[in-house]
Structures are given as C-alpha cells and as structure tokens.
Ligand binder design. Structure first.
Ligand SMILES: Nc1ccn([C@@H]2O[C@H](COP(=O)(O)OP(=O)(O)OP(=O)(O)O)[C@@H](O)[C@H]2O)c(=O)n1
Ligand SMILES: C[C@](O)(CO)[C@H](O)COP(=O)(O)O
Length: 260
C-alpha cells in the first residue's frame, strides 16, 4: 500500500486503472471544490412506462434515490443540483426531503434534450469542478465518483467507461455492415463525467452556437480538441434504459445487500 498523505494531484498517475485503487486505499486529497448536476428530466421513452423511469421503484426506493444517495455519501462532493422534468419539481423535492439528501442545493427544471438539462444545471452551481450524472444510473458508487474527480483534476476532464465486450459493427443505414472498428480501442462510456465547470459551460455554449448535438458531455470537450481521461468503471453501473435493465439492477442490488 502507498504511504498515507499521498495525493494524486501532486503525483503523476500512470494510467486510468490507478484512480479506483487510489480511492479504495483512502489516500485521495482533492484540490477543487466539487458540485454535481444530476439529470432526471427525461421521458423514459425506451422504458415504455407510464411514468418517468427515474421514479420507478427498485428495491423499495426510486431509481433517483440511489443516484442521489451515492453523491450524498461521496465526501468529495459538496453540493448537488437536481434537474427534473416540467411539473416534477414538487415530487422530486419530496424525494429529496424524505431521503435527507442535504447536499441538494437546488431542484430546477430541465430542457427538451439531455444537453439542455445539463446546461440548465451548470448555471445553478458555483463550484470549480462539476460532475454530470444520469439519475438513470442508480448503481454508481461514491468511490467511482471520487475517482472521476481525481482524474479530472489531473487531466482537465474525465469520464467513467468500461471496455466494450461485443464486436461492434458500423452499418450503412440500410441493414448492411460497412466496417468493424478495432475492439481494443472501444470503450462504453458512462456517467459520472467530471470537468472544470467553466470549461464545460464554455463547451456547451460553443456547441449551441455551432448547432452541435451530443449524447454526453465528454463529446463537447472532445470536439474542442481537448483531452478527456478514461476512468475504468464497472459494468454494474448500467443505465436503466429498457425494461430488461430493471430486473438486472434488482439482482445486483440484492447481491450487494447480501454482501454488506
Ligand atoms: N431532456 C432530457 C433527457 C434526458 N435527461 C436525463 O438524462 C439521463 C440519460 O438519458 P436517457 O437514458 O436517454 O433518459 P430518457 O431521455 O428519459 O430516456 P429515453 O431516451 O428512452 O426517452 C436520464 O437520467 C434522463 O432523465 C434529462 O435530464 N433531460
Ligand atoms: C451520457 C450517457 O449515459 C453515456 O453513456 C449516454 O450517452 C446518455 O445517452 P442517452 O441517449 O441519453 O441514453
């Protein structure tokens, strides 16, 4: 085990794999103040439920509860802005109060696209660093959140990701394969993703000006030619997207409950 008092901000971390170990060893010292934008303003169209999927129940709590709880328990994070759908503010505030999520400083209304919701959330924070997280990813851990912060302090920006397991094909849009990218270079990106708040705001403004749409925030930094470090995540940090994701999440939660 490395000596105590070791700080990732004053030591060159050789690879993404190291961040989670550093957090596990409990030797992390952060320089920036960190806030989080948790986006919950989607419709859950692919889930096909009557309700927004973040309010669906998982082991007695809502999907949203788990995401908020992980950020609440992460010592590195000082404040959270929760971004919700039109007409959902009261419901979300009730969940925040019932769960005693004291770090939630604001509950605000999001926009039509995820990108709009994140941008709305950024405007409500004042911290140097910002984490962006999907409320639809309930199985994130405080350690993974802290690992993202550490990597972003070292490299400017970071994102949790896992190596792709399947062989990925590119289609021609007509049902035929046109290419097979080299799998060893492919990562499936997750949230949280961590950035300097002002840099991310600038990247969002630039994207808006250019009419660029992005499905994650790292993409907005990449398109400016800046680097985003990969932080090795966990396959269990799945995004609740389609109906079969719910029983998988239940199984993982059950397993963790039995282990703790
Ligand atoms: N306008 C939007 C769209 C999405 N999100 C949030 O972004 C996260 C990831 O998006 P996704 O899984 O696509 O959620 P939905 O948009 O709800 O799902 P779908 O695309 O199936 O409608 C979710 O936590 C979702 O609530 C958001 O805050 N605002
Ligand atoms: C940000 C994200 O969760 C990374 O995997 C994902 O891109 C969100 O995309 P979606 O189209 O909103 O599901």
């Amino acid at each position: 085990m490395p000596p105590s008092g070791f700080s990732v901000t004053s030591y060159s971390v050789p690879s993404f794999v190291c961040y989670s170990s550093i957090v596990r060893w409990g030797i992390l010292k952060m320089s920036w103040e960190w806030g989080a934008v948790v986006v919950a303003a989607g419709r859950g169209t692919r889930m096909g439920a009557a309700d927004n999927k973040v309010y669906l129940e998982l082991g007695g709590k809502t999907v949203l509860d788990y995401a908020l709880d992980a950020f609440e328990r992460c010592a590195v994070v000082s404040s959270i802005v929760l971004v919700v759908g039109e007409g959902e503010t009261e419901r979300a505030a009730t969940i925040v109060a019932a769960g005693s999520y004291g770090k939630v400083a604001d509950v605000i209304v999001g926009g039509a696209e995820r990108q709009d919701s994140v941008y709305a959330g950024l405007g409500a924070l004042r911290t140097q660093g910002v984490l962006v997280h999907d409320a639809a990813r309930p199985l994130v851990s405080p350690e993974q959140i802290a690992a993202c912060c550490a990597a972003a302090e070292d490299h400017g920006a970071s994102a949790l990701a896992v190596p792709v397991k399947d062989t990925i094909k590119v289609s021609d849009g007509q049902g035929f394969i046109v290419a097979t990218p080299e799998r060893s270079t492919l990562w499936s990106v997750q949230t949280p993703q961590a950035f300097g708040r002002l840099e991310l705001m600038q990247a969002h403004r630039q994207a808006k000006e250019d009419g660029a749409a992005a499905t994650d925030d790292a993409m907005l930094i990449e398109r400016l030619g800046r680097k985003v470090a990969i932080v090795r995540g966990d396959y269990a940090n799945l995004k609740i997207t389609t109906p079969e994701d719910l029983p998988i999440a239940e199984l993982l939660l059950d397993k963790w409950r039995r282990q703790s």
